[in-house]
Design a binder for this molecule. Structure first.
Ligand SMILES: Cc1cc2nc3c(=O)[nH]c(=O)nc-3n(C[C@H](O)[C@H](O)[C@H](O)COP(=O)(O)O)c2cc1C
Length: 199
């Protein structure tokens, strides 16, 4: 399948087959693919938490609004978090990056209010969601991007301090009777004329 066909075929799964197991090597590939996500100045201000443990998934499900059922059913939940404690993240930057990148980050940090910096950092994490959704499709897996979660509760359940959850992605095999499958719900998008300008 070429990349266009892949993108035409992927859809947001609303219902999962809880019995079909994801091969562990696909999960390992997904971890590495997310790690390789590009970001502005290569700042990588994220944590990707892979949750397969049924009990923890059940806890997350209670903090997942209308996504509760999917979080329980999907074999894997990936929680995407952004650096939130900026002092702690400063230490990460200083320990893990070469000096030129530390200087670059410090310049950006000094150039804007903290609230804008946090928006900028969060924007980088959304790039990983795009990568993760496309990668899931390429791995033959179905996925659900989910902003409909309670980040504060997720943060407590996952015991996080430096990072704060932004959204999650359920991954697994979609149920045959999922009404959001393309057979029942064809892809719906604005036209090329509306969204693409060619000059
Ligand atoms: C950032 C983001 C957050 C989303 N949050 C949810 C969600 O919480 N629950 C859900 O069922 N779908 C969610 N969606 C799925 C969108 O509704 C879906 O991508 C859109 O309607 C297009 O449909 P498609 O993905 O099937 O092509 C989200 C999508 C994105 C990109």
């Amino acid at each position: 399948m070429n990349i266009l066909e892949l993108i035409q075929k992927r859809y947001t799964a609303k219902k999962y087959n809880p019995n079909k197991i994801i091969p562990q090597e696909k999960i390992e590939d997904l971890k590495e693919i997310l790690r390789l996500t590009p970001s502005s100045i290569n700042i990588q201000p994220w944590k990707f938490t892979f949750v397969q443990n049924t009990e923890i998934k059940a806890q997350l499900a209670t903090a997942s609004k209308h996504n509760q059922e999917r979080v329980n059913q999907a074999q894997l939940i990936v929680v995407f978090s952004v650096a939130d404690d900026l002092d702690a993240f400063q230490t990460v930057v200083e320990n893990e990056f070469p000096q030129f990148r530390v200087d670059w980050y410090n310049q950006i940090k000094a150039s804007m209010p903290e609230s804008n910096l946090k928006v900028w950092l969060s924007n980088q994490v959304y790039i990983a969601l795009g990568v993760g959704l496309t990668a899931s499709a390429a791995l033959g897996l179905d996925a659900t991007p989910m902003e409909g979660i309670e980040p504060d509760k997720y943060q407590t359940i996952l015991n996080m301090t430096t990072y704060k959850p932004l959204f999650a992605m359920a991954v697994g095999y979609g149920a045959e009777d999922d009404l959001n499958r393309l057979e029942t719900t064809p892809k719906s998008r604005r036209t090329q004329e509306s969204v693409i300008e060619t000059i």
